[in-house]
Design a binder for this molecule. Structure first.
Ligand SMILES: [Zn+2]
Length: 271
């Protein structure tokens, strides 16, 4: 029995790793962290243009770890104290990913630097780290970062929702009406939540309209469940005031007064 489950586990890992090689147009280099690939340079300049003012003149790095097929991304500081974001090849090349959702991953990672409170704890202590909580980074990613990024695009790119089912498409229409930017952000949120869901070893269904009914009594600082993360990203996308929100000012955000607030599946009001 144990052998069978090990075999199945290995098969899942291998099929996950090789089933998702739908490549974007990349200058691919295997087996190293690369700062100079065409894609990393493009992303760095795009995000640098919009967000450099937030980093006190320090250059924001965007790194891609080619050869690492596990979908992952993180934010950190280099030896000189400059912030960087790293994405693995497995994240970029996941079958659900497209350009908007790659941007959304980077937005989430920037959220760890810029999204304000609630912040994570440092290790097991109660001291606060520099990094915003996961749910907070998710909210910032759609409420602010993606909107800021798309507002820099002179002509909105056309909307092609490959790999998205009819039902999901009509849910996106229902949520966004005819607003192209909203549709792109909500679709990217769905794609990314699907990546998170697929990394679980059990089937996870996701809905854009049926929210998680989980209610926390204490704010969750680590990763919420995929449905909760999707709810958070959709709430941010639909918050109408979010480009004016100051995430660093305090814990109260404009949309907290509305249905597009940070959802109770991870955010507990009052703590
Ligand atoms: Zn994160």
């Amino acid at each position: 029995m144990q052998n069978i489950s090990i075999l199945l586990f290995t098969f899942l890992l291998v099929s996950n790793a090789f089933g998702r090689f739908q490549s974007l147009d990349l200058n691919r280099k295997m087996g190293n962290v690369n700062q100079s690939s065409q894609m990393a340079v493009g992303l760095k300049s795009k995000f640098g243009k919009v967000f450099s003012k937030h980093f006190d003149g320090k250059k924001l790095g965007v790194l891609i770890e080619w050869g690492n097929l596990r979908p992952n991304a993180y934010a950190s500081f280099d030896d000189e104290g400059a912030p960087y974001v790293l994405l693995t090849e497995g994240m970029i090349n996941h079958r659900m990913m497209n350009q908007d959702s790659v941007n959304l991953v980077i937005c989430h990672e920037l959220g760890h630097f810029l999204a304000g409170s609630p912040k994570k704890n440092r290790g097991r202590s109660q001291k606060k780290s520099w990094s915003s909580a996961e749910g907070q980074a998710d909210y910032f990613a759609t409420a602010y970062c993606m909107k800021a990024l798309l507002s820099f695009e002179s002509t909105p790119q056309k909307f092609a929702s490959e790999g998205i089912s009819k039902d999901i498409n009509s849910d996106i229409d229902y949520l966004c009406g005819g607003t192209l930017r909203c549709k792109r952000i909500v679709e990217a949120a769905y794609r990314l939540a699907r990546v998170y869901a697929d990394s679980k070893f059990y089937p996870v269904s996701l809905s854009l309209v049926q929210r998680s009914d989980n209610v926390v009594s204490e704010t969750l600082l680590s990763h919420p469940e995929p449905q909760c993360r999707l709810d958070t990203m959709v709430a941010g996308a639909l918050c109408p005031y979010s480009l004016e929100m100051d995430f660093n000012k305090n814990t109260q955000l404009e949309c907290d007064k509305s249905i597009h607030s940070r959802p109770p599946c991870w955010f507990a009001r009052g703590n």
